[in-house]
Design a protein. Sequence first.
Length: 164
Amino acid sequence: MDLLRELHPQALRIAGLLRKRGEKLAVADGATGGLIAASLLTVPGALDFLVGGGVIYSLRARDVLLALPRAAYRGMRGASADYALLQARAIAAHFGAEWGLAESGSAGGSAHPSGAPAGRSVAALVGPGLAETRLIETGSDDRIANMGAFTRNALDLLAEGLAR
């Protein structure tokens, strides 16, 4: 769990910012496989700022966790800014949180359903007065390294958005 130890200081910073604001976050992990939420859960008392979320790795999971009709995704592709923003908005709304953080990407090792290249991820953050995305492209097919890079990218976006 070296990655969680590495990300723990960032999680503490995020927790402090959310607690100071008195606001809650919901997370939609994609190619990160739950690492975003796991990183935040390293903070004792995470229930103060994290209401939940889930890993959206299939259409069924997307339907259940985001509670949107499939038509809402029409014309969108995974690992894109519009798709990640829709997920961030939906996870926040579905869980009753002020903030929504979503990640959609292609970690590598196998073909992505939408054709996204391995190593591509988009993180999206929505909150009071903010809707922002951040793209990362590692150019690598190393699934495990990409999952870590995607998680760092999403947490950086969250920390910077909360600090504004």
